[in-house]
Design a protein around this ligand. Structure first.
Ligand code: ADP
Ligand code: MG
Length: 324
């Protein structure tokens, strides 16, 4: 029984980054406008995620750690149009099977918060505490009881760089959320929740690109629109590091979309150089399948030729207008 639990937990939680991902997605789903992520030693020893979201009612705190408990799917219809990040209802259960987890949570209508500590599936503590509205989850000693799994973790540096990449994508996809990231007691970045992706880009890349950025918020057809920022035709880079594509707020990597966007720049940017773009493609959920790949990085559009051409033509016409 325990082995089955550990095996299935391992499918969700494979590294410190998967813990961070699940906790941050829970924070976003809770309506948080401010999230702090702190890690130590690549997240192997310590991960903290604090949010100012709705919190969990006292009577449901332990429920949240049970498998397949989720507050996020209520009807079959919801399951088709999944808008929240988590929908399996097992992240907290999985984490508490392979680590020590402490959660402090308070709703706005309660006078006190609740703290629960669970380690290797055992409840160690459940107490009332003073707390701010929102939720803090601290995960320590990941995989301490599973040496075989612990051995597979990469170096602290490699694990923390995976977490950084992930948080950068989250910051870019959620410019309205204040996100602070602390690694080994040093602040790596902090965004301010202004809602403008330009602000996030300048903070993350520690540069002032304002004058080269064109903001984009355009309907392309009745079911698709693009939102974000593209670089003008004199802003170029030696790699694709300034290129991010999201579909409905989720990061994807799609060579075909990338090459269509780069086509639009072909006249202006010499080969071997790469344009900047941070684009969120907002599309009716039934026109796109993001689940074809387990890591959800690739997508399939119902009407792909049309989508590709709409995007390329829009960017072409913006760039052509600039140089007129
Ligand atoms: P899921 O996110 O798939 O529902 P989880 O195991 O990640 O499953 O979380 C279980 C439940 O715990 C959530 O459905 C939610 O009700 C509650 N929860 C978890 N984290 C938070 C949080 N940061 N703020 C508010 N509620 C939370
Ligand atoms: Mg979740």
């Amino acid at each position: 029984d325990n082995i089955i639990k550990l095996i299935s937990a391992g499918e969700v939680i494979e590294s410190p980054c998967s813990v961070v991902k699940e906790l941050v997605e829970n924070s976003i789903d809770s309506g948080a406008t401010s999230i702090v992520v702190e890690i130590k030693n690549g997240g192997k020893d310590y991960i903290r995620v604090t949010d100012n979201g709705i919190g969990i009612d006292e009577q449901y705190v332990l429920e949240a750690f049970k498998k397949h408990t989720t507050s996020k799917i209520t009807t079959f219809d919801d399951f088709i149009n999944i808008t929240t990040n988590g929908f399996r209802g097992e992240a907290l259960a999985s984490i508490s099977a392979v680590a020590k987890i402490s959660m402090t949570t308070k709703t706005s209508y309660s006078n006190y918060g609740m703290n629960v500590v669970i380690s290797s599936d055992k409840l160690l503590e459940k107490t009332k505490v003073g707390a701010k509205d929102g939720t803090t989850v601290i995960v320590e000693d990941l995989f301490n009881d599973i040496p075989a799994r612990k051995k597979f973790l990469k170096t602290d540096r490699a694990e923390s760089s995976k977490i950084s990449d992930f948080l950068i994508r989250y910051a870019l996809a959620n410019p309205s959320i204040k996100l602070k990231y602390i690694n080994n007691s040093k602040q790596v970045f902090q965004t301010y929740g202004t809602g403008k992706i330009e602000d996030v880009i300048n903070i993350i890349f520690a540069e002032d690109y304002y004058s080269g950025m064109i903001s984009l918020e355009e309907p392309l057809s009745e079911y698709i629109s693009v939102k974000g920022v593209i670089g003008n035709n004199s802003l170029m880079f030696s790699s694709r590091k300034m290129q991010y594509i999201f579909i409905n707020g989720r990061i994807i990597k799609d060579k075909t979309i990338t090459s269509h966007i780069e086509n639009a720049y072909r006249k202006y940017i010499p080969s071997g150089n790469f344009p900047m773009f941070f684009i969120n493609i907002i599309i009716k959920p039934d026109m796109v399948d993001v689940n074809i790949h387990p890591n959800k990085l690739e997508v399939k559009f119902a009407d792909e030729k049309t989508v590709y051409n709409l995007i390329e033509n829009k960017i072409s016409s913006i760039l052509d207008n600039l140089s007129m």
